[in-house]
Design a protein around this ligand. Structure first.
Ligand code: GLN
Length: 467
């Protein structure tokens, strides 16, 4: 079993290990597992050393917190001042971040030790990390399989014990799905609970930053540290209006029709039913719920996310930052830079997004998707009047073979069927390991709560861990 943040914190406090030893252990472990390709590089030695010193001082001064001295890996789309970040894209190959993401500022204040950048699907677009410009991340449980995505590196590095916590981003499932495929815990917060300042934008109305950990208790501690209002992100929830509600009616909703559809792996289904049985045996009431139109959330998501991607990717023009392919003709320069610098999936989404936003199609696609999005929000509200959490499998199938879906975008998009509704309505969700299938591949249970009810998820999640 990999050690949790809480366990390592005790070891550091009791001086069973020093911060430097702990960090060196992490670095060695990452090097030993380089064939998994979970990370894209370490931060500079100077920076790592400075952080170690700060953490040691905090311990010496009795000011250590939960994350002091804890080695951490960040997805390659989160900015750390003076260090490399590239969203696993060729277009940002030599890019150095000019400022810290708000999450990074908070981690630095805690005395955490940021050590490496995690591999990912280019700019977060994908569900297998096969869209990275730097090669796929392998699943630590079976190296012929994907680790999931887009935060595949963040999930794999925690799964093989490289670090006790990593950070990722979740726009349509990118923290929860790889966490499920790698057998670790992944938390996606309410939209606006954690600042997006310093996260490279993918779909701005859907993007969230969250963590991958070895336990639900760790996920809670980390969430409490990184969340909060931020004047650099106008969409963050105001501190004075934060509710942090805990619902404890011991009532779970299961959208049966949605889960029983075609294409869901039979072992995933069985594992999910067993998980629900465990809750029932523990005195929880489970009711069948009907979330109207939940099955079209996937289509809504791909219209909205592509529209937002086409707008967000416009900044990679070869002029302001990143790769620049010169040409006398400015249009040719844009064209060549973007052709050389961006991968197929990113270009596919820019094209789709431009199409759904173009005059004539705007009403047919983009506007319609937004109307359905509003309806879905109302549907979820209604359901949360009845139950504390909605339960779903995190992924319709376990980790798939590398290459199996790489040339079939639609099959890849289906990987997100159970995770995207959460981003479309902006609520929080957590993926918790729920056992393994007959081939020894990890499976995950997803719990979804109402806006700002992260604490409900942690409470339920801890119960589930104990069942
Ligand atoms: N797999 C989804 C997509 O490709 C989710 C990505 C994400 O959450 N960043 O859009």
């Amino acid at each position: 079993m990999n050690k949790t943040i809480k366990q390592l914190h005790i070891e550091l406090t009791e001086k069973k290990i020093t911060v430097r030893e702990l960090v060196n252990n992490s670095i060695s472990k990452i090097k030993e597992n380089s064939d998994i390709n979970a990370t894209l590089g370490f931060y500079s030695d100077n920076f790592i050393n400075e952080q170690i010193k700060k953490a040691e001082e905090m311990f010496a001064d009795g000011k250590a917190g939960a994350l002091t001295g804890i080695p951490i890996v960040l997805k390659d789309n989160i900015l750390v001042k003076g260090e490399r970040a590239g969203a696993a894209s060729k277009i940002l190959e030599n890019y150095i971040s000019p400022y810290d993401a708000t999450v990074v500022t908070k981690l630095k204040e805690q005395g955490a030790v940021l050590i490496a950048r995690a591999n990912m699907d280019e700019f977060g677009m994908g569900a297998s990390t096969e869209n990275s410009a730097y090669g796929v991340t392998k699943n630590p449980h079976d190296k012929t399989r994907v680790a999931g995505g887009s935060s595949g590196g963040s999930a794999a590095v925690v799964a093989y014990g490289g670090v006790p916590v990593s950070f990722g981003s979740d726009t349509g499932g990118s923290i929860r799905q790889p966490s499920s495929l790698c057998g670790v815990v992944g938390i996606k917060a309410t939209y606006g609970a954690v600042s997006r300042h310093g996260l490279m934008a993918m779909g701005s109305s859907l993007d969230t930053i969250g963590a991958v950990t070895n336990s639900v208790a760790d996920a809670r501690d980390v969430f409490n540290i990184i969340s909060g209002e931020d004047k650099m992100d106008a969409t963050t929830i105001r501190d004075e209006s934060r509710k942090s509600k805990v619902e404890s009616r011991k009532k779970i909703g299961v959208p049966r029709k949605f889960i029983d559809m075609e294409g869901v792996d039979s072992e995933v289904l069985k594992n999910f039913n067993d998980s629900i049985e465990k809750f029932k045996n523990d005195g929880y009431e489970v009711i069948d719920i009907d979330v109207k139109n939940i099955e079209i959330a996937l289509s809504v998501y791909y219209v909205i996310v592509c529209a937002e991607i086409s707008s967000n990717m416009a900044r990679y023009d070869g002029i302001r930052f990143g790769l620049s392919v010169a040409d006398k003709d400015i249009n040719q320069s844009y064209f060549k830079t973007r052709t050389e610098g961006l991968g197929d999936e990113v270009r596919r989404r820019v094209l789709l997004g431009t199409y759904v936003l173009s005059s004539g199609y705007y009403d047919a696609y983009y506007n319609k998707a937004n109307i359905v999005r509003e309806q879905l929000k109302k549907e979820f509200k209604k359901v949360f009047e009845l139950v504390d959490v909605i339960a779903l499998p995190t992924s319709p199938f376990p980790a798939f073979k590398i290459g199996e879906k790489a040339n079939d975008p639609l099959a890849m998009y289906l990987a997100d069927i159970f995770t995207v509704p959460v981003n479309v309505v902006g609520v929080p969700a957590i993926s918790i390991p729920s056992g393994k299938n007959s081939e020894g591949l990890p499976l995950g249970l997803q719990l979804i709560a109402d806006h700002e009810c992260e604490e409900t998820l942690f409470t339920y999640g801890e119960v589930f861990e104990g069942l």
